[in-house]
Design a protein around this ligand. Structure first.
Ligand SMILES: Cc1cc2nc3c(=O)[nH]c(=O)nc-3n(C[C@H](O)[C@H](O)[C@H](O)COP(=O)(O)OP(=O)(O)OC[C@H]3O[C@@H](n4cnc5c(N)ncnc54)[C@H](O)[C@@H]3O)c2cc1C
Length: 472
């Protein structure tokens, strides 16, 4: 008899919209066993080909069916450093689940019938975390003399540091912000990725001997040359893509129009949602517009809704997107969650101009309706403006979430570092070494805005190349 997918427990939309607690509760042991038993254990599994780091999915799911959760955890850890994180944030519907044999051929994303690989990964990851299962350290004396500087403490930097430290290499991570974790801390809200899950991974690195230097902007406080002079043999750059894109339309400088970075950083990193207990305010209003269709837009909308609720305002947050739902790059789960919580959607709408009040605060967004035309370079159908379709949306707070670009400060301070037309660092695709010998890079600073698992995949390649060089 065909087994139906096991639904994961979630906090109800009415309750969760009033707090920042984790929404998806994860599988119980019984649920994980049931879901794992649906896996067909294909002779030639396709799922692993959909995973950017090639986790042996068949193997770890098999271990779960045998109740051998320890082996399941270690099977994932062979390829992925942060299963509890990836099990929560990976866009599985575009990756492993899309490649699952149970997904219908030609589907733009995973079918519902596809195995819930991400929830099983989270189950195994949390088992490892809750039982303090550390991956065996393989420290070798020959590495003790080497010191590596990692710039940036996002998933790329953390993953690279962990791989090197496990071998006995001394690693110092330099982070410009006052807290570590990169987007995992300041971007992704805690109702998707609780901070204790991230802290667990960071503490593990500290146990391995990695040290963290926060409030340290490499490129200003110290240059790459100065780090080498200080005794670091290699440097890994995991700078990320933290520079926001804007729409370039009239009125964009009005008050209460935030870039997605500023909005999420204020709330997540600077606890704006606890104002006045914490000093950073967000002027959340009655009519919030979020422009964009990616994860950043979805996170901003769900955060805005929670702020409206905490302030006792009616829930009125709308996502404005120029294509349709199918073309939205956000994870399907996030779109579903946003909708359940009450986020509204205006599809096929292009912003034209912001209008402000006499004090310089935004009060309206003039928009144009569009229809879909031919596909563009991204493969998605291009929105085409419908002439004479102008209309207005009320707006007293707007978040622009239309893309992020490479962090520039270190790049500008290092002219020898070759970059491409997007200002992303150019690297050798096998070793991740940049145009400067001994300087490696990975994550969003190389590929542009990507995913956590892709950032980790690049960091793993770089750490392997560094270890190989130290082994010569
Ligand atoms: C709001 C949001 C939601 C997302 N949701 C998802 C999701 O659900 N799933 C998913 O897979 N991906 C998601 N992503 C993308 C994912 O988070 C990124 O691809 C990933 O974090 C990239 O990792 P990274 O280590 O390259 O960079 P980052 O995470 O950006 O970390 C870079 C770090 O480097 C620091 N830094 C930069 N320059 C310097 C310098 N000169 N000196 C010192 N420190 C420096 C920065 O402060 C930052 O802490 C999301 C991104 C955002 C913004």
């Amino acid at each position: 008899m065909k087994k139906e997918p096991v639904k994961v427990k979630e906090a109800s939309p009415e309750i969760r919209v009033g707090n920042f607690e984790e929404v998806v509760k994860g599988y119980s042991e019984e649920e994980a066993l049931l879901e794992a038993s649906r896996c067909l254990q294909c002779k030639n599994p396709l799922c692993s080909s959909g995973c950017p780091v090639g986790i042996d999915i068949k193997k770890f799911i098999y271990h779960i069916t045998q109740k051998d959760y320890r082996s399941a955890y270690f099977a994932i850890r062979e390829k992925s450093n942060f299963p509890s994180i990836c099990g929560r944030v990976c866009p599985a519907e575009y990756q492993c689940r899309k490649a699952c044999i149970l997904t219908k051929k030609g589907s733009p994303f995973a079918s519902e019938q596809a195995i819930n690989i991400h929830f099983l990964e989270r189950f195994a990851g949390d088992y490892g975390k809750n039982n303090n299962l550390d991956v065996p350290v393989e420290k070798e004396e020959k590495f003790f003399k080497f010191k590596v500087a990692v710039v940036g403490s996002g998933p790329a930097g953390l993953c690279c540091a962990g791989e090197l430290a496990r071998k006995g290499i001394k690693v110092d991570i330099f982070e410009s912000l006052h807290k570590t974790g990169g987007v995992l801390r300041y971007g992704i809200p805690p109702f998707r990725l609780p901070w204790d899950v991230l802290d667990f991974e960071i503490n593990y690195l500290k146990k391995l001997g990695v040290s963290f230097v926060t409030n340290f902007l490499v490129g200003k406080a110290k240059t790459i040359k100065e780090l080498f002079a200080q005794g670091y043999s290699k440097i890994f750059l995991g700078l990320g893509a933290g520079v926001p894109s804007f729409l370039g339309i009239g009125g964009e400088n009005l008050c209460n129009i935030y870039s997605v970075n500023e909005f999420l950083t204020r709330v997540n990193l600077m606890s704006a949602y606890k104002f006045p207990e914490f000093h950073t305010p967000v002027n959340i209003g009655k009519n919030v517009l979020i422009i964009g269709g990616g994860n950043t837009a979805m996170d901003s909308a769900r955060v805005a809704l929670r702020l409206q609720k905490l302030k006792g305002l009616p829930l009125n947050t709308t996502i404005v997107y120029r294509r349709t739902e199918i073309e939205m790059p956000a994870r399907r789960l996030e779109i579903e969650h946003a909708r359940e919580e009450g986020v509204k959607f205006e599809f096929l709408v292009a912003p034209k101009e912001f209008i402000g009040d006499e004090k310089g605060f935004v009060k309206k967004l003039i928009c144009l309706r569009s229809k879909l035309g031919e596909p563009d370079s991204s493969g998605r159908r291009r929105p085409v403006i419908i002439e004479g379709s102008e209309f207005e949306l009320d707006c007293d707070l707007c978040v622009i979430a239309v893309g992020l670009k490479a962090n520039q400060i270190l790049i500008n301070a290092t002219p020898e570092l070759k970059t491409d037309k997007y200002s992303d660092v150019i690297v050798d695709s096998e070793t991740m070494e940049s145009s400067i010998k001994g300087v490696f890079a990975g994550g969003d600073i190389v590929g542009g805005e990507g995913t956590v698992i892709e950032a980790m995949g690049m960091a793993k390649k770089a750490s392997k190349a560094i270890i190989d060089e130290f082994s010569k």
